[in-house]
Design a protein around this ligand. Structure first.
Ligand SMILES: [Fe+2]
Ligand SMILES: [Fe+2]
Length: 152
């Protein structure tokens, strides 16, 4: 990213990275050694760069809000005591929980909700990403998960 791009990127995320609910994501582990918060910032950066490189002309507010909140489920999915089979269920259920929290804490609009709800496709078969923002976050999430898993 150029300096200008970084400034633009930061301006969209500023509000979220100051919020105590969002900062709580730093307490939960994502893939490898990364916290959910650092994973989410990585996904936002990757989505931003994919949008630029693929000339997708996404709405940056929808794209980056959806990206930073896509895993805003606020629990430790490694904690098997939380409920039975959470390890198996988490992949299917966390987009809905993240979406619910994003609406509760930030009142995000339908476009952002779609980005969050569809990011696990094709695992969540019926939540197919239809907007360009949802497609970009879905792709960025997979790229980051692969990178983080091999980067232990
Ligand atoms: Fe996720
Ligand atoms: Fe993710």
């Amino acid at each position: 990213m150029t300096g200008e791009e970084e400034k633009q990127f930061d301006s969209y995320l500023e509000k979220y990275l100051k919020d105590p609910h969002v900062l709580k994501m730093d307490e939960y582990k994502a893939h490898g050694k990364n916290s959910v918060l650092s994973h989410s910032v990585d996904v936002a950066k990757t989505a931003y760069c994919l949008n630029r490189d693929l000339h997708m002309h996404a709405d940056l507010d929808t794209l980056l809000t959806g990206a930073i909140l896509h895993d805003f489920y606020l629990y430790d999915w490694h904690d098997a005591r939380l409920f039975v089979n959470i390890f198996k269920m988490h992949g299917y259920t966390h987009p809905a929980k993240a979406c619910e929290n994003a609406v509760t804490y930030f009142g995000v609009n339908d476009d952002v909700q779609e980005v969050i709800r569809c990011h696990m496709w094709p695992l969540t078969l019926r939540s197919f990403p239809k907007s360009r923002e949802a497609i970009l976050v879905c792709m960025a999430d997979k790229l980051c998960a692969i990178r983080e898993t091999f980067d232990r």
